[in-house]
Write a protein that binds this ligand. Sequence first.
Ligand code: ATP
Length: 434
Amino acid sequence: MVDLDTLFSLCKRRGFVFPSSEIYGGFGGFWDYGPLGVEMKRNIRDAWWREMVQMRDDVVGLDAAIIMNPRTWEASGHVKHFVDSLVECKVCRRRFREEDVQQLECPACGAALSQARLFNTMFKTFVGPVEEDTAVAYLRPETAQGIFVDFKNVLTTSRKKIPFGIAQVGKAFRNEITPGRFIFRSREFEAMEIEFFVRPGTDEEWFQYWVDVRTRWHLKYGVSPENLRVYEVPPEERAHYSKRTCDIQFQYPFGWGELEGVANRTDYDLTRHAQVSAEDLSYFDEETGQRFIPYVIEPAVGVERTFLAYLLNAYHEEPDKEGTRVVLKLHPAIAPYKVAVLPLSRKEALVQKAREVWALLRPHVMTTYDDSQSIGRRYRRQDEIGTPWCVTIDFETLSDQAVTIRDRDSMTQDRVPIDRLVGIVQQRLADSLR
Ligand code: ATP
């Protein structure tokens, strides 16, 4: 698998990801997504939303505020438990997560490390003009609490019956002790989470169901089976609310690591919010006449972790006539551009025709246009950013009203009439989504 440095340099050179605030030396754990990165992130989000919300009749969406009433985080246990254990090197003063070091030895200089101390990883801020303790609020470290706090509102307005889920995509912030490994661990990231509410007693079945659904989703959109596994998180490593957690892991260049977490949060969160807010957050089951606090299964994944794993999985170097072809074999739904429109030369008549073809495609799919340098170089440039199809306009196009469509992976070229082009591209995209 490609190493992180090579991937980072491609990402930077081609406009996927830049270090945040780079002209000021960057800012650890924060990243900016460039013109290609922003398209790819949007595609990941859209693919998730399409299958997890739009294609299902048992999940509805929500967009809650990032900053919530701080009592939320007292009730949820985050003020007390959302901590990492920090150790510091006594010599070079570097800081590490205790989890990441062995034998209390500094991974950088080998000197002894300090005793571990707990560090809350929620970002604090102040709401209102006065910076005093009573004005402290937190940037959410997960989107889940917005869902729990709005449970009753969503339940009554959507008229959903259990089992059903609430999905949310949005920014989350964690003051990680050691951000790094490129975008793997960032301090600002975007979470895609579902809280799926079920009858107590059916939670274990639903847990397995969600592990399977989410595993299949990653296999469909961007991970090869040999790079994916499900890891049972041992009790001592689980979050404070979890009865069972499985991590869907990806094989990163630095080893197996979490891509997505699926947790059985039981009735913990709703019970806590009901106690602290004194609101009744129970559910009345019309079928059985019983009232209970639902159990919750949570599949939670980061947009950027998915972005990283899919890029790593897609990256290929293949020998070719000119040396090496770098190609990102991204799923067409995830690739930033679906089609690149390329006139064979910059001759006025060709450029004009190419622009007509481009205008035809643009309302339907994300496209790009390139008329600089040789056609071979242009194909390589599109391969390197994962564009699945290149449409070439040549001199014959002017007489036969047909273009060549080249496939990124097989490199086969088909001649197709311009008036069928949109339909063909749409069909290929639809086929990739089956
Ligand atoms: P870790 O133990 O590695 O800190 P976690 O178990 O706290 O991670 P979860 O709370 O399960 O992580 O988060 C759910 C998902 O959100 C993760 O699987 C990952 O995709 C994403 N995620 C969590 N923290 C970060 C981060 N700091 N940067 C990027 N993505 C993250």
